[in-house]
Design a protein around this ligand. Structure first.
Ligand code: SF4
Length: 364
């Protein structure tokens, strides 16, 4: 790539960025700007932009983007928007993605933090992350028309919590304190459940009967880190039992394995997802542990030019709540910065589908 800057009449300069393509020079950008004042800013912008131009390879992780639980939750709200003339309220973000929430809000969904913001008798959707029994009780007391979009894989963890609590066990819930999914699961048996995030938390546990310890995990954790925490738990409480390996869901596991297969080969990893998306955050951390610079971005507009200056191989993925269209837009953006060779790296294929709850299927 070369950047040309030529004096032009009337105190203007013309900057032209060119890059080689098919044996010839191709103009990437040409602008005119003042050679003083804000013109320097313009020049700096062009310089920065020009440094990002280069031929690149894009490694596309597969699976990526929407999982079955997220598709189901969005489908629930969309169905209700078509069927409920009196409005649709959604407690919390239906899934942790700003684009999804903004789109549904534009189409009429009203997102609230708590049930006291929902009018008596109104239709309210519980998000994919699940709710505690206390929330269900409050909704029933208020006479709300509840449609539950909790992912079936989160519901499974709730069932396990009730089962273990009924046996009189202490439940060690491995996950991030304060995350909505953990709040919901914790609410199933709060008097016998403790939340632990790491091996250090396991070391600090105070358990009344070490022979009656069971564990559950959040569905969207890092597979390798969770393994370490479970190992620490079993070392401290050899009789500890859990639900097989852990409760990390297929979508989280698959997206981590797909990115793991390419992250170390890339100069830069871009993960599409919102900052409150746990599984997206775990993808960024996974790439960083592989030694690669990695960033979580809401969409292509958040790609910073200076990330790209030395990146000739970029790995791209998207968290389970990030819409596929965001991936397409990111590819288009990168393709606008030089010839882009895109290769998809598929570690497994997904064909899981969760049917919508009966309450969302027909309201006629
Ligand atoms: Fe369900 Fe996993 Fe998707 Fe969460 S990430 S909605 S648990 S499938």
């Amino acid at each position: 790539m070369r950047l040309l800057s030529e004096p032009a009449p009337d105190g203007l300069e013309a900057a032209v960025a060119e890059m080689p393509a098919d044996g010839a020079w191709r103009v990437g950008l040409a602008i005119g700007y003042c050679s003083s004042g804000v013109g320097h800013t313009a020049r700096a912008t062009v310089d920065t932009w020009a440094r990002t131009l280069r031929p690149r390879t894009l490694l596309l992780a597969s699976p990526r983007s929407f999982c079955a639980g997220v598709e189901r939750a969005i489908d629930v709200v969309e169905r209700l928007l078509e069927q409920c003339a009196t409005g649709v309220y959604v407690r919390k973000q239906i899934v942790h993605n700003t684009h999804v929430v903004d789109d549904l809000a534009r189409r009429g969904a009203v997102f609230v933090d708590e049930l006291d913001q929902v009018p008596d008798g109104a239709t309210v959707v519980f998000s994919a992350h699940g709710v505690s029994p206390a929330v269900r009780v409050e909704a029933a007391r208020r006479g709300l028309d509840v449609v539950d979009a909790t992912c079936p894989l989160v519901t499974k963890v709730h069932s396990e919590a009730r089962r273990f609590a009924a046996r009189g066990n202490t439940i060690v819930l491995i996950g991030h304190a304060g995350h909505e999914e953990i709040e919901g699961t914790l609410g199933e048996a709060p008097e016998v459940t403790v939340v632990a995030e790491s091996p250090a938390d396991i070391a600090a546990l105070d358990v009344s009967d070490p022979s009656r310890v069971t564990y559950l995990t959040q569905t969207t954790l890092a597979v390798d880190e969770t393994r370490e925490t479970i190992t620490a738990l079993k070392k401290r409480f050899p009789q500890a039992r859990g639900p097989g390996a852990n409760d990390i869901c297929y979508a989280t596991t698959n997206r981590q394995q797909a990115l793991e297969s390419i992250a170390a080969r890339a100069d830069l990893v871009l993960v599409l997802g919102s900052t409150n998306s746990s599984n997206s955050q775990r993808l960024v951390e996974l790439a960083q542990r592989a030694g690669t610079q990695a960033h979580l971005i809401e969409d292509a507009s958040r790609i910073q030019p200076f990330w790209l200056e030395k990146a000739t191989t970029i790995a791209l993925t998207a968290g389970a709540s990030a819409p596929p269209v965001l991936v397409d837009e990111a590819i288009s953006t990168l393709a606008g910065l030089g010839p882009l060779s895109v290769t998809e790296h598929t570690t497994t294929t997904e064909d899981i589908y969760f049917a919508p709850p009966a309450a969302a299927r027909s309201r006629s």
